[in-house]
Design a protein around this ligand. Structure first.
Ligand SMILES: Cc1cc2nc3c(=O)[nH]c(=O)nc-3n(C[C@H](O)[C@H](O)[C@H](O)COP(=O)(O)OP(=O)(O)OC[C@H]3O[C@@H](n4cnc5c(N)ncnc54)[C@H](O)[C@@H]3O)c2cc1C
Length: 392
């Protein structure tokens, strides 16, 4: 016999930064909200990421969103209720060859045009800002806004905030079936999310399942929306004397490194690990990990003295066009998607704000990212093949 659960204005599936932010905003607006999370809050991408709040490494089209997200991290009390370790230290992205320098200059110009406060500087100036830098870079871009926060604390911080605003948080609650309007116990009113024999019915549904959105959309809505899974590797060193002041990034590899106040240095991104959400089996790829660490020591030679104390993996979803999914579930009234935001730790809280505005019937401050563009016809076998290749 199934245990009766309450009815909600909105049921949110997924307790990462996207789902939790939407839930807080809707509850603040007076809605009765349930948040269902398979594991613990922010135990996936949102809690294991590298914590970089970098403006300059965001995609040019997302710069205005990244600036808003950064502002929210700088002032977290209204939406998060606590300081999440925000540090503004500035950031340098480095180019080592003429080709890389040309590419970096072009990319940064596009970001500058979209509002990022970024300038190109030579090696001497870069080494004034970051004295531990090697003499290898030819050119750098400098963004004084860049910084970081402590992602590993996010679950605890959100748990307190969600409770404060009255969200019914259910951790260790995997949603294994969602029943659409017109069938099952929802009888045409909203959606019922089932977890074992428990069910949660909402007038509205928000899917915030990270890289598992593809599976949720296919299983419960029959929508084929390919999501490419990036398996990011992150390492942390033992505590070191101060050797890195800023957030350092590599123009060609998405690798970043920075030193926390406690002296540890976080090295994340770059060459990937392996695995995907369908088959699981996530693994660190030692050769790629060593490549990332070598690159870090090439940038900051003093890192050769550092010992790595831990390395971990986290998975992040990208659409084929590497742009976010924020908007309606195609063909499903009152159901919404939020996810696949590249740089989603930085930008996630703002995307959550925009989606909450939309759900509440307000005009979002900035345009959303209609998921319909990324849905493929079920019979499109070429598309499936492309997805398989991307996931490999
Ligand atoms: C290792 C790594 C490093 C990164 N570094 C940075 C960085 O430095 N700066 C930056 O801005 N961004 C970074 N990112 C990106 C950023 O972390 C992500 O874009 C963001 O956290 C995604 O948030 P999310 O809520 O969409 O997904 P997630 O945090 O993955 O949350 C989705 C949640 O949905 C839950 N879920 C899925 N299916 C179900 C189900 N059926 N039932 C119940 N729950 C379900 C999952 O358990 C998960 O907790 C990094 C990502 C990774 C993986």
């Amino acid at each position: 016999m199934s245990a009766p659960d309450e009815n909600f204005d909105t049921v949110v599936v997924g307790g990462g930064v996207m789902g939790a932010t939407v839930a807080v905003r809707l509850a603040n607006a007076g809605q009765k909200v349930a948040l269902l999370e398979r594991g613990g809050l922010c135990m996936q991408a949102s809690g294991v990421n590298a914590g970089t709040l970098s403006i300059q490494i965001k995609r040019a089209a997302l710069i205005p969103y990244a600036m808003k997200g950064w502002e929210l991290w700088r002032n977290p009390h209204e939406w998060l209720g606590a300081d999440a370790g925000f540090n503004q230290v500035g950031g340098l992205t480095l180019a080592f060859t003429e080709d890389e320098a040309e590419m970096l200059t072009e990319r940064m110009e596009a970001r500058r045009q979209n509002g990022a406060p970024v300038e190109m500087i030579g090696l001497n100036r870069a080494r004034e800002i970051e004295p531990g830098l090697s003499d290898k870079p030819l050119l750098a871009s400098w963004c004084p806004m860049d910084g970081y926060a402590n992602s590993y604390q996010l679950g605890d911080v959100f748990r307190a905030k969600l409770r404060e605003v009255g969200v019914a948080v259910h951790e260790q609650t995997p949603v294994d079936r969602i029943v659409r309007p017109g069938s099952g116990p929802s009888r045409g009113n909203g959606y019922t999310a089932w977890s074992g024999d428990r069910h949660f019915t909402g007038k509205r549904l928000v899917l915030a399942g990270g890289v598992w959105l593809q599976e949720l959309l296919w299983r419960d809505f029959g929508l084929h929306l390919p999501i490419n899974c990036r398996v990011n590797q992150v390492s942390v060193t033992e505590r070191m004397p101060p050797i890195v002041n800023t957030v350092l990034g590599i123009a060609t590899s998405l690798l970043t490194l920075k030193q926390s106040r406690n002296g540890t240095i976080l090295i994340g991104g770059g060459w990937q690990g392996k695995g995907d959400p369908e088959r699981g089996g996530y693994e660190i790829l030692p050769e790629n990990l060593v490549g990332n660490l070598r690159l870090a020591t090439y940038v900051v030679p003093a890192l050769r003295e550092a010992r790595i104390v831990r390395t971990w993996l986290g998975v992040e979803g990208n659409t084929a066009d590497v742009m976010p999914l924020v908007g309606d579930v195609p063909g499903a009234p009152d159901a919404y998607i939020i996810g696949c935001v590249r740089g989603g730790y930085t930008i996630g809280p703002y995307m959550g704000k925009l989606l909450a505005q939309y759900i509440l019937g307000q005009e979002p401050e900035m345009p959303l990212f209609d998921p319909a563009r990324a849905v493929m016809a079920e019979t499109d076998t070429t598309a499936q093949a492309t997805h398989d290749t991307l996931s490999a």
